[in-house]
Design a protein around this ligand. Structure first.
Ligand SMILES: [Mg+2]
Ligand SMILES: [Zn+2]
Length: 248
């Protein structure tokens, strides 16, 4: 914590934000799992996607059945992963939160194998190991097949999440506020229920607007960083207040 946030923590009680981020479509521009399925799986993966979109199955069952439809050599898997671009501001954002001593966690239904390969390319993988700052589904490559497992599905989860983002946020955010969540999709809709400050784009933004959930629209991590800088700024009008601060 820097001097300014220490001073504020002393006068306002605990001001110690934690940031939780979705990966696919939030840190990446495209959904990597969708790309893998589109290019390497039997097209019936879309029928399973429809069952998930209709709420008939949770994301865990959805991914388990979809990833079983992939039949391709590992070189093709790597080629799909390597075609994905990251938000160009995400690296700077990681350095910004580190300077501010704000913990940053990536929470994803997607696969650690894929996420770590992409973060490694950006020079960011060292900090994010599955189970520590990265909470994702796990993947083992065996010949032409992909074998998933779900180390962060929660017993208590009623939605059948592959990675129960809400349960992880509840566990890791104890004693921290505000709880900041950054996301883009419908798999983030349970996570925003346990967050105090929400940055949203695409379907998550639409979901928040439809349900009267206060959120800050964003396009890139530069916007998220600017928003957090305003939260951290000392100007009285921009102080963090419960339940959701105004950023402008
Ligand atoms: Mg997403
Ligand atoms: Zn859940």
């Amino acid at each position: 914590m820097n001097n300014r946030s220490q001073a504020r923590a002393a006068t306002e009680g605990a001001f110690a934000p934690a940031v939780f981020c979705d990966f696919d479509g939030t840190i990446t521009e495209l959904d990597v799992t969708d790309q893998i399925l589109t290019q390497l799986a039997h097209p019936s993966w879309r029928d399973i996607e429809r069952e998930w979109a209709l709420g008939m199955i949770g994301s865990r069952e959805c991914l388990e059945r979809q990833i079983a439809l992939v039949d391709a050599p590992v070189e093709e898997l790597h080629a799909v992963i390597d075609s994905i671009t990251l938000d160009p501001h995400f690296g700077d954002f990681c350095r910004f939160v580190r300077r501010q001593r704000i913990p940053l966690y990536i929470l994803s239904d997607g696969f650690d194998y894929v996420i770590r390969r992409l973060l490694k390319r950006a020079g960011l993988a060292a900090h994010f190991r599955n189970g520590s700052h990265l909470f994702a589904s796990a993947l083992r490559v065996e010949g032409r097949r992909l074998l998933p497992s779900f180390p962060h599905a929660a017993e208590s989860c009623e939605h059948g999440c592959a990675t129960c983002k809400a349960a992880i946020i509840r566990r890791l955010s104890r004693g921290r506020q505000p709880v900041v969540f950054v996301g883009d999709g419908m798999s983030d809709r349970f996570a925003v229920e346990v967050a105090g400050v929400i940055f949203a784009k695409r379907q998550l933004l639409a979901h928040c607007r439809e349900n009267g959930i206060a959120c800050h629209p964003f396009e890139t991590f530069q916007d998220v960083q600017t928003g957090l800088e305003k939260l951290l700024a000392p100007a009285p009008a921009r102080r963090y207040r419960q339940p959701v601060p105004a950023l402008s």
